[in-house]
Design a protein around this ligand. Structure first.
Ligand SMILES: NC(=O)c1ccc[n+]([C@@H]2O[C@H](COP(=O)([O-])OP(=O)(O)OC[C@H]3O[C@@H](n4cnc5c(N)ncnc54)[C@H](OP(=O)(O)O)[C@@H]3O)[C@@H](O)[C@H]2O)c1
Length: 273
């Protein structure tokens, strides 16, 4: 693929929260420099922020990004994709690579709208902002190894990336895309419990968040089953088993399963609209 045809290596359509997390990671990790990136957005405020904060090029025109960048990241909400398509004066060329982070929209749907181009579908999550993201990535059958490496490289800068068959994308998004919100709910609830037991609020959040982070690292680093790790904390007749009993009687595990299931269903609905 000729790189000289395009003024920019990377173009972002949509300069919101997730686009900023990815751009920040790409520049801070040294994957590329600010001069490799051009961004467009519906309104000016976020573009000004991106220009001032990171020094990237900005344009209030999606078509210019589509014409000038080799790898184009669609970082708008799925409901905004039609408006983006309508704003384009020309569709991408066959040598351009589209990377969609829009929840629910399939590679086939995006190709149907944008025509002859290579499409990747990615599902990052917000911890990408601090380099602790988890991204699922699906490749177009027409993509080659060089495309995959470049696209995966963008997400590797902001955390871990897992390559998955596209049929897993809605389920993956329901766990790792939505998951941070579930974890924040749990941290907040744990902290409320701590406050109820008399601890100061700030200390309660720190204890709850560090406990969640540490427990997650135990699962990742030891590779042990979460149930075995739970058993190690749970002494006979002790305090933890009383807490576990309370969680079970209030259906916490079933609530988490249902949360993922509902998010999965909604992701499928969004893909059909
Ligand atoms: N946040 C997450 O946890 C997460 C996780 C995984 C995937 N995603 C996906 O990432 C995508 C972006 O999410 P986000 O959280 O970054 O949303 P966001 O902060 O709302 O960003 C969306 C951006 O798109 C811009 N936009 C809307 N319509 C446009 C148009 N016609 N042309 C150009 N720009 C347009 C918006 O501009 P304005 O400034 O004018 O509003 C806004 O800056 C979504 O598809 C979401 O499904 C998000």
């Amino acid at each position: 693929m000729s790189e000289s045809v395009f003024a920019y290596r990377y173009g972002f359509i949509g300069a919101g929260a997730m686009a900023e997390a990815i751009v920040s990671g790409m520049i801070q990790s040294g994957l590329c420099s600010a001069s490799d990136i051009v961004m467009s957005n519906r309104s000016t405020e976020k573009l000004e922020h991106m220009k001032t904060m990171y020094g990237v090029a900005t344009v209030l025109n999606n078509s210019l990004v589509m014409q000038q960048a080799e790898y184009i990241i669609l970082a708008v909400k799925p409901q905004q994709f039609s408006a983006v398509c309508e704003s384009l004066q020309s569709m991408p060329g066959s040598k351009q690579v589209i990377v969609s982070i829009m929840a629910g929209l399939s590679i086939a749907t995006i190709k149907e709208k944008l025509g002859d181009c290579i499409v990747f579908r990615a599902m990052p999550n917000t911890p990408a902002k601090i380099g602790w993201g988890m991204t699922g990535l699906s490749c177009d059958a027409e993509a080659n190894e060089a495309h995959r490496q470049i696209v995966q490289g963008m997400f590797d800068c902001v955390g871990k990336t897992v390559l998955v068959d596209e049929s897993y994308m809605d389920a993956l998004g329901a766990v790792s895309g939505c998951g941070p919100a579930y974890m924040y709910q749990i941290i907040e609830a744990l902290a409320d419990g701590a406050v109820l037991a008399g601890l100061p609020r700030a200390m309660a959040y720190e204890l709850a968040a560090q406990t969640m982070a540490g427990s997650a690292m135990m699962v990742l680093e030891t590779g042990m089953h979460p149930g075995v790790l739970k058993d190690q904390v749970t002494s006979p007749g002790g305090t933890t088993i009383r807490g576990i009993q309370a969680m079970e009687s209030h259906g916490v595990r079933n609530a988490m399963i249902e949360a993922v299931q509902q998010a999965y269903i909604r992701s499928k609905e969004l893909g059909e609209t």
